[in-house]
Design a protein around this ligand. Structure first.
Ligand code: F6R
Length: 271
């Protein structure tokens, strides 16, 4: 088993360091990228069995969480003391909505990792008083988060912090951007135009942040976030303000776009 595991371990093909301190780890394929991200999460739980972790959902995370559940089982890493937070949740989403993030995380993370219900902070997508739900959630997050796991979506959104979200935002009600709504529509998923999301400031307070992305389109979002202006027009660019605690896991396709943007930036500064 150890031999098998050792053989499947992803070797970083490249590690790029961004001028704001962000580490970018590049792997050949999405599979290797997701395995590497899962190993990072395992490391956190192994090092601190009482850690608090914020979990994103989405297509990017499916293979990460599948690897995570497998590794936790094989390596016998307990998540019984882990505190879990949602990054966001559609609103309205009733508890039985199959596309709710609550169901996603219960099925792929909380259940397989056997995180006790008492340790799980779910955002209530059926809350009537949204502002109060957001306020209470933010209060709960003040205990501190050791690791925040993020993806990146249209317009460089992180969580459901869309373009124009202030960097000092706390957990709040978000209006989804048109490109996010269209993406969800095209995927045949639940389509809502509102969500509750951890704010940018809330996310940046985590001790460590990882962001996972595969493919050219995600590479473009990241290129803008890393080499464009740090601005509310690109929510993920806020990560550069806490670059020393951010690691980005990308596949080669996404990395190619990022490296192109970096090279243009270098060229621009020479000209
Ligand atoms: C999900 C979330 C979003 C997604 C992003 C990418 O909880 O907060 O920011 O991470 O929209 O989604 P996928 O991975 O489905 O492309």
């Amino acid at each position: 088993m150890a031999q098998q595991l050792a053989e499947s371990l992803p070797r970083g093909r490249q590690e790029l360091t961004h001028h704001d301190g962000i580490k970018i780890r590049v792997f050949e394929t999405p599979e290797r990228t997701s395995l590497a991200a899962a190993i990072r999460i395992i490391d956190v739980a192994n090092y601190n069995p009482l850690a608090a972790i914020t979990f994103a959902t989405g297509e990017t995370m499916k293979p990460v969480y599948e690897e995570l559940a497998g590794l936790a089982h094989i390596l016998n890493i307990s998540f019984a003391g882990i505190t879990a937070f949602h990054l966001d949740e559609y609103w309205p989403s009733e508890p039985d909505n199959p596309f709710s993030f609550r169901n996603f995380l219960r099925k792929r993370v909380f259940g397989p990792l056997r995180i006790p219900a008492d340790n799980i902070h779910e955002i209530d997508g059926s809350a009537v008083d949204l502002q109060e739900e957001a306020r209470l959630y933010d209060e709960a997050l003040k205990r501190g988060v050791d690791l925040a796991i993020l993806g990146i979506g249209p317009g460089g959104h992180i969580g459901f912090n869309e373009r124009g979200t202030p960097f000092d935002s706390r957990t709040h009600v978000a209006n989804l951007a048109q490109d996010t709504i269209e993406r969800d529509h095209e995927r045949g998923e639940y389509v809502s135009d509102k969500a509750l999301t951890q704010g940018i400031e809330t996310i940046l307070e985590a001790d460590q942040i990882i962001l996972v992305a595969y493919g050219e389109e995600k590479g473009r979002y990241l290129a803008e976030a890393l080499y464009g202006e740090i601005s509310e027009n690109c929510p993920a660019s806020a990560l550069r303000e806490v670059g020393h605690k951010v690691t980005i896991f990308v596949d080669q396709e996404a990395a190619n776009v990022i490296m192109q943007a970096r090279d243009w930036k270098i060229q621009e500064s020479i000209d």
